[in-house]
Write a protein that binds this ligand. Structure first.
Ligand SMILES: NC(=O)c1ccc[n+]([C@@H]2O[C@H](COP(=O)([O-])OP(=O)(O)OC[C@H]3O[C@@H](n4cnc5c(N)ncnc54)[C@H](OP(=O)(O)O)[C@@H]3O)[C@@H](O)[C@H]2O)c1
Length: 283
């Protein structure tokens, strides 16, 4: 059966495929092969970042696929060292040059870095607004923004981010930030959707997977889909890349959804850095 991935509407009128393929921690030398496998099994949405060091290889994979540029959805992100407006403009030029593309579907501020740049992520956001106005970014959004950061953008900027890409998985529901997004028309993209594999041995997940004759990864990815979030699991294993697409031909009932949601450990379940204090600047 051909894979049909639902498109979700963004607040700017564009749409985004709900399932994509993430390339964080894929070595540049392995990226073309992984993305090519992803295209072969039906993914059309790739999530990369300047920080991942593989934008050029993502662009190459798009070109060798022979797919129409318009049928592929590509996201990249502004790296932490480039928040000052002129640096952000140069960094965005470099991202498009690396991808060898004349536009990107979605461009994000990767981290808010509230303890750096005098806490000013608003002027950075206003530069992303320029990229959208000049048509080189079809949509713009943020990543790792907390509620306070989103509130400040709402007060000081005119464009509402289309998405907020945040850590979310069964051990870290991140529901306060998700709820703010829901109320303000900002979709949630859930990063590390299977907690980099750490939720796959969970007895509850394993039990539900057994009952449905699905894998633990499929069950967790399906839970995200039914929460309405956008996901892009990463894998360099062809069998898993394909396995992670087979999540649109079954459903979790309310009881299974609730059992997975109840695995939430709150802050203790966070695997990645806390955006309020994260202040990493690449060399
Ligand atoms: N905005 C941000 O700050 C941020 C931060 C982190 C991630 N992200 C984005 O989110 C994407 C996904 O997150 P992630 O890469 O951190 O983690 P993830 O997708 O939750 O997990 C990836 C790990 O799970 C394994 N895996 C994948 N599918 C599996 C399956 N079906 N069965 C068993 N194991 C499986 C992979 O192993 P193998 O590769 O060995 O198969 C890999 O070790 C990233 O690639 C990136 O695009 C964004």
């Amino acid at each position: 059966m051909a894979l049909t991935i639902p498109d979700i509407s963004l607040n700017d009128g564009n749409t985004i495929p709900q399932l994509g393929f993430g390339v964080f921690q894929i070595e540049p030398k392995d990226t073309v092969a992984a993305v090519t496998t992803a295209f072969e099994v039906g993914y059309r949405h790739i999530d990369t970042a300047e920080m991942y060091g593989n934008e050029a290889e993502v662009g190459e994979a798009v070109r060798v696929s022979g797919l129409d540029r318009s049928s592929v959805y590509v996201t990249s992100k502004l790296n932490n060292g480039f928040h000052r407006p002129d640096d952000a403009r140069r960094a965005f030029d470099s991202t498009l040059a690396a991808l060898k593309m004349d536009y990107i579907d979605l461009f994000l501020i990767h981290w808010p870095l509230p303890t750096l740049y005098d806490g000013d992520y608003v002027s950075t956001w206003k530069v992303l607004e320029e990229f959208q106005r000049d048509g080189r970014a079809r949509s713009i959004g943020v990543s790792n923004f907390q509620v306070s950061h989103l509130e400040r953008l709402a007060a000081e900027a005119s464009v509402v981010p289309v998405v907020n890409q945040i850590e979310a998985h069964p051990y870290f529901g991140n529901d306060e930030v998700r709820a703010y997004g829901r109320e303000h028309n900002i979709l949630t993209e859930a990063w590390s959707p299977i907690a980099q594999g750490k939720v796959l041995d969970d007895p509850t997940v394993v039990d539900i997977a057994g009952q449905l004759d699905r894998t633990p990864a499929q069950v967790v990815l399906r839970w995200h889909v039914q929460r309405g979030d956008i996901i892009f699991p990463k894998s360099t294993t062809p069998k898993r890349i394909e396995e992670n697409t087979r999540i649109f031909d079954f459903e979790l009932d309310d009881a299974a959804m609730e059992r997975i949601t109840a695995l939430n450990k709150g802050e203790a379940g966070r695997q990645g850095p806390n955006p309020d204090t994260f202040a990493y600047l690449p060399n």
